[in-house]
Design a protein around this ligand. Structure first.
Ligand SMILES: CC(C)(COP(=O)(O)OP(=O)(O)OC[C@H]1O[C@@H](n2cnc3c(N)ncnc32)[C@H](O)[C@@H]1OP(=O)(O)O)[C@@H](O)C(=O)NCCC(=O)NCCS
Length: 149
């Protein structure tokens, strides 16, 4: 089942994300960031347990970001990631955000949704303001991709 996140999901969302972050597959998220950004999050739930999450964050007038996509190892390759990304793209459309970007270590996964690689400089400066708080800053290995809706 796919739905928007609730405050009671946040600890499970953090465990999911930070387990992958410890393997250097994605960036870690603090509880503070997650509670403050809760309205960005979609979750996939199975038997009361959070098995996947993905966030859509509005950056600017016509720009949104997909972030923190994760699906539990045992539940991968069943299309749950795809459903989460589609939910975020539909939400972006409903909100009137014409462009969606993602910063990822998995460009091929997002290219399958029609995202195209762009240079970091092609995204507005505001996007990079957050980077100063990133544990990887300034050695960013993430690839930027953009999709026009
Ligand atoms: C990236 C990630 C979210 C994908 O989640 P997922 O639920 O496995 O994604 P999907 O099931 O939609 O697609 C995964 C693959 O399974 C395939 N697949 C989907 N449904 C399938 C099915 N029923 N049978 C067989 N294969 C299937 C997809 O075609 C896709 O193939 P690909 O590996 O060639 O791209 C997941 O691997 C993950 O959490 N990774 C760790 C964290 C991470 O890297 N996050 C991304 C950072 S931006």
């Amino acid at each position: 089942m796919l739905r928007k996140a609730r405050v009671s999901d946040i600890k499970q969302i953090q465990e999911l994300i930070n387990a992958f972050a410890r393997q250097d597959l994605m960036l870690p998220r603090s509880l503070n960031e997650l509670y403050e950004g809760i309205r960005d999050f979609w979750v996939a739930q199975e038997r009361g347990k959070i098995i996947g999450c993905c966030a859509l964050h509005i950056s600017w007038a016509d720009l949104a970001e997909i972030k923190s996509l994760a699906v539990r190892k045992e539940q991968q390759k069943k299309g749950i990631g795809q459903e989460l990304v589609q939910a975020c793209l539909q939400e972006a459309m409903a909100l009137g955000a014409r462009k969606v970007f993602v910063l990822t270590y998995k460009p091929a996964y997002f290219q399958a949704f029609g995202f195209k690689k762009v240079q970091h400089d092609d995204l507005p400066h505001k996007v990079w303001a957050e980077c100063i708080n990133c544990p990887k800053f300034p050695n960013c290995q993430e690839i930027a991709l953009l999709k026009t809706l």
